[in-house]
Write a protein that binds this ligand. Structure first.
Ligand code: NDP
Length: 483
């Protein structure tokens, strides 16, 4: 059977890569190639930027309500094709179908709806100077912008960038991760089917260092919104910053999950299992370093291990599955090498951390059971570097100061989770924890209006709500004097 060739979507048309080369696209659960994606180069990016430039003034000239209407159409069409999108996201990433249905695709729909609504409420500032005059701020679209997203939450994060960019009146050249291109391909088909204005959204598939870099270095691309690893963010900044492009960088994390003995134990336990291992631990917000106040430590250790070892790792199609496949063989090997490293660093693997052969159609898939590791120093590499897989470390602590030092003791600062019933302590620690996002007595509750992003090596800038619309517009102050 001939496998499907995914195509670029440029100027409202499906296009083969100019160089005629394709890359293999794997299904992680089976380890088999199931489609091919364009190995695009700078010529394809040039064509996409050309199409986006041509579409720019018409799109920016639409009233916000009209742009919102187009975005609502996309949201409705994705929702109508929910089963198709859910199955595709699960197949392309290895995540359980149930997770793609509960989280990924509904969130992509919400992203388009949310920014469609938000742009109709967006307003700019005015500064009155008594007896002198008035200033008002014009906020104009930037023009053509680049959006580059990772593989862990493919359509969810792709749309999280595209939606505010479009809502604000920009035209977009976007690149999904080469590892998980399929739902972006479906989105391009949805654009074509709904008659979405050609050239407004252009999707170019390919490798980061080739296609991605061509987007970042193109002089007509005025801003780059990027989510991915910290080292890639650094590389992108080194290309785009000297060209004075606007940059939003959402990067890696090594997030602490801090548990005090006074927490609501049952709630904490079940949420901590999820915050450790949802999406096979491949969410930038997962808590990978768990710190437990000493009086609770032994009980937590026993119960947590019992819950984690009860998680079912296997076929993403199976309704019982909690842990699906890892996204690629390379990523699986990276995770297994970190588990080896943890052992070398003196860690004890209390449960999991094994590559398993899942049965049936998944016998060649990339599965690793969720690992809980104890006994490591806070400064060791396992506790300092982002593993981005089903691996957590656990450690006891005695005082607030001690755990704050652990929490803040990495180069990252994306998110943190704190479990306590003591309101004073919660506020005290919230102020001191170095992260862009903090969840208290919960995890991953998302209000799309809130600022989203990290500090330190976890990124620059904020996404979400008005922050995203501000990023995707250029402010101009206009001052009028009166007599
Ligand atoms: P990468 O940094 O490897 O890739 C992200 C995207 O950038 C991909 O589309 C990639 O293409 C592309 N890319 C790679 N090199 C370049 C380059 N030189 N110029 C332009 N684009 C490039 O990240 P992963 O896909 O491996 O995703 C995992 C990482 O993402 C983790 O570190 C995770 O923490 C982070 N992340 C952060 C989030 C946040 O909100 N802060 C949310 C989710 C994930 P290709 O796939 O072809 O390499």
């Amino acid at each position: 059977m001939k496998l499907e060739n995914i195509k670029n979507y440029i100027g409202g048309k499906f296009r083969e890569p100019t160089g005629g080369q394709y890359l293999e696209n794997y299904e992680p659960a089976t380890g088999k190639v199931y489609s091919y994606i364009p190995d695009s180069d700078e010529r394809d990016v040039e064509a996409a930027v050309g199409a986006a430039t041509a579409a720019r003034s018409d799109w920016a000239g639409l009233k916000p309500e009209e742009r919102a209407k187009w975005m609502m159409k996309l949201a409705d069409a994705i929702e109508n094709d929910m089963d198709l999108y859910v199955a595709a996201e699960s197949k392309d990433t290895g995540k359980p179908v149930s997770l793609a249905r509960a989280m990924d695709i509904p969130r992509a729909v919400s992203n388009f709806r949310f920014f469609a609504h938000t742009i109709t409420q967006f307003s700019s500032e005015s500064h009155f100077m008594q007896g002198v005059g008035i200033n008002y701020t014009l906020r104009s679209p930037l023009g053509v912008v680049g959006c580059i997203s990772p593989w862990n939450l493919p359509l969810y994060l792709f749309s999280w960038k595209i939606a505010p960019a479009l809502a604000a009146g920009n035209t977009v050249v976007a690149k999904p991760s080469e590892v998980t291109p399929y739902t972006a391909w479906l989105l391009s088909k949805t654009c074509a089917e709904t008659g979405f204005p050609p050239g407004v959204l252009n999707i170019v598939h390919g490798l980061g260092h080739k296609t991605g870099e061509a987007i970042c270095s193109h002089p007509e691309v005025k801003a780059i919104s990027f989510t991915g690893g910290t080292s890639t963010g650094k590389r992108i900044a080194s290309v785009a910053a000297p060209m004075f492009k606007k940059l939003s960088l959402e990067l890696g994390g090594k997030n602490p999950n801090i548990i005090f003995a006074d927490c609501d134990y049952e709630e904490m336990l079940s949420v901590s299992v999820r915050s450790s291992f949802a999406n096979q631990g491949q969410i930038c917000l997962c808590g990978s370093r768990i710190y437990v106040e000493r009086p609770l430590y032994e009980k937590f250790r026993k119960d947590f291990i019992s819950r984690v070892s009860g998680l079912v790792t296997g076929d993403p199609h199976d309704g019982e599955t909690n842990i699906g496949a890892l996204v690629s063989e390379q990523h699986m090997n990276k995770i297994l090498s970190y588990i080896d490293l943890a052992r070398q660093e003196g860690g004890i693997v209390l449960t999991g951390g094994e590559k398993i052969i899942a049965g049936g159609r998944c016998s060649q898939g990339w599965f690793v059971t969720p690992a809980v590791i104890e006994g490591l120093d806070q400064s060791c590499r396992t506790n300092q570097e982002e593993i981005f897989g089903p691996v957590v470390t656990i450690a006891p602590f005695d005082t607030e100061e001690e755990v704050l030092a652990y929490a803040n003791g990495t180069g990252y600062g994306l998110s943190a989770t704190l479990w306590t019933q003591d309101l004073n302590r919660a506020h005290r620690m919230a102020e001191k924890i170095e992260s862009g996002i903090l969840w208290i007595n919960c995890w991953l509750i998302r209000d799309l209006r809130t600022p989203f992003g990290g500090v330190k090596h976890s990124g620059v800038g904020r996404e979400g709500g008005l922050e995203a619309l501000r990023f995707f517009t250029e402010p101009k102050n206009i001052c009028i004097k009166y007599h």
